[in-house]
Design a protein around this ligand. Sequence first.
Ligand code: MG
Ligand code: ZN
Length: 221
Amino acid sequence: MTERIPVVENILNANDRIALDNQKRLTDAGVFCINLMASPGAGKTSLIERMLPVLSERMSIAVIDGDVASSIDADRAAAAGATAVQINTGGQCHLDATQLRHALDELELGTFDLLIVENVGNLICPASFKIGAHTSVLIASVPEGDDKPYKYPGMYHGVDALVINKTDLLPYIDFDMPYFRRGVELLNQELVSFPLSCKTGEGLDAWIRWVEERTAQAQKA
Ligand code: MG
Ligand code: ZN
């Protein structure tokens, strides 16, 4: 048992070093990078599909999709107008910095303003593996339940923004928003949140404006 801990720490340290390299590479190329995380089915790809038509008019966007298998999500991002790269993790339940580094090799980084990385659907280990993104965003969706901040504190603790998706389902589901928000605030008081529905489009404007402003700020700096 005591032998295992240093091994895990070394893996994380090596990963963090590569993540720093990735971030420098992105910064030098003038690309703002978002690490988009969520449980499976929360709406990561749907949100990307909603963002692309609006943001593509103002900036050049690439999408990297992490999945255990298939290229379904990268195909959807490409169909929505982005340059898309699929990473198949071959069973690994999160993206790591080395995988992102290889995916960055596939892109002509200098031609993009924004890179959206759709992480593997999972609320546990993606929070522990830095990939080199400038900001981390979590999508929670109403049907997952209002107790998720209490059950997956690591994920809620480490992100910069929270999208609350599928708000169109609120009338049909027992989701106690004040209870959910209390759980979030206990973990992360800085967290900016965007309730929205990818289905109806309600609330998308504020989220898209945030992405646009953060991208512009990063490029100015
Ligand atoms: Mg997806
Ligand atoms: Zn994992």
